[in-house]
Design a protein around this ligand. Structure first.
Ligand code: FAD
Length: 283
């Protein structure tokens, strides 16, 4: 008979790694799938992560993997989970041509950033084109800091940055021809021929949830992510979501490393509780 794991986590970013640590510490037999496409991979350093200020994102993940190696209950599978289905006794995930039977699933697969289609933005993403003032604003404080955005996002981010810099030009995306690296940071070329120089520029991140598994399992989600309750439970029994792929209770809550770690812990704690309840019910 196929072995059935007590839990699987799809995604090895901060949310999935923290969840794996919690489940490992609770001796829950867990599969951790990761296809190694981290959201902040383009960024040379992290900000606003207590204990990890200025560290490379990869350093946090490496420390996480080293710590997880202490917990034999967690098995890392470096492969993408391609699909999920219900076999009547639990879930079956497919990855790398193999099938894996699991009792519970945590989706922590993150988002992909659908960036505004301005030439230069993709190339400078994570360097001097940035998503989040809480993560990178302080490092550029004092110099001119631009915002390419409009509407409520421009108001919100512009307002935050004006606490860090006295010069915060806000430019609508439709006015921008191109952005390029300059000696002092970034040069923003406007369609009317004007040029704005800044040390960096913030744009809306526009994360699109990687939700193929949610779709497979008929779980409720929309463009803001998978719907969850306060414990990370989705609309389907036995499936949780955490990190950026999960819809935040309020759009103003930052999608960040610490919030991902926190939501991974919350969901994993509930998964461990569900394992305990099922075990005691069998006694
Ligand atoms: C450029 C940039 C810089 C940032 N800088 C900061 C910062 O300085 N500080 C901060 O707090 N936040 C920062 N953030 C935000 C932060 O990166 C995210 O909030 C955080 O990574 C979310 O963690 P996560 O675990 O939900 O998702 P991710 O870190 O994106 O991890 C998702 C994981 O799931 C895996 N995956 C996806 N689909 C599958 C599948 N089907 N099978 C297997 N694996 C799968 C991916 O490979 C990846 O490993 C930044 C974001 C960006 C875009």
């Amino acid at each position: 008979m196929t072995h059935r794991y007590q839990a699987a986590i799809v995604g090895g970013g901060p949310a999935g790694l923290q969840a794996a640590l919690t489940l490992g510490r609770m001796h829950v037999e867990t599969l951790l799938f990761d296809d190694v496409r981290y959201r902040n991979a383009a960024s040379p350093q992290m900000g606003n992560v207590l204990g990890w200020e200025g560290a490379e994102p990869a350093a946090l993940r490496a420390a996480g993997h080293a710590q997880l190696a202490e917990y034999p209950w967690v098995r890392l599978v470096r492969a993408g989970a391609e699909s999920a289905r219900d076999d009547g006794r639990g879930l079956v995930l497919t990855a790398s041509g193999a099938e894996w039977s699991v009792e519970r699933l945590l989706i922590a697969s993150g988002v992909e950033d659908a960036l505004v289609p301005i030439p230069g933005v993709r190339e400078l993403w994570g360097d001097v084109v940035l998503p989040c003032p809480y993560c990178h604003g302080h490092e550029f404080a004092g110099g001119p800091v631009a915002v390419i955005s409009e509407g409520s996002h421009a108001e919100h981010v512009g307002g935050l940055l004006r606490g860090l810099s006295s010069h915060v030009p806000v430019i609508a995306p439709g006015e921008v021809a191109e952005v390029a690296r300059s000696a002092t940071g970034v040069r923003i070329m406007l369609l009317d021929g004007g040029v704005v120089e800044a040390s960096c520029v913030f744009i809306p991140p526009n994360g699109v949830p990687r939700s193929g598994l949610a779709e497979d399992l008929g779980i409720r989600y929309d463009g803001d992510g998978i719907e969850i309750d306060a414990l990370g439970r989705t609309s389907r029994d036995g499936v949780w979501a955490a990190g950026d792929v999960a819809k935040r209770a309020d759009a103003r809550i930052p999608a960040a490393v610490v919030t991902a770690l926190s939501s991974g812990l919350i969901a994993a704690a509930d998964i461990a509780a569900s394992v305990a309840v099922a075990r005691d019910a069998r006694r």
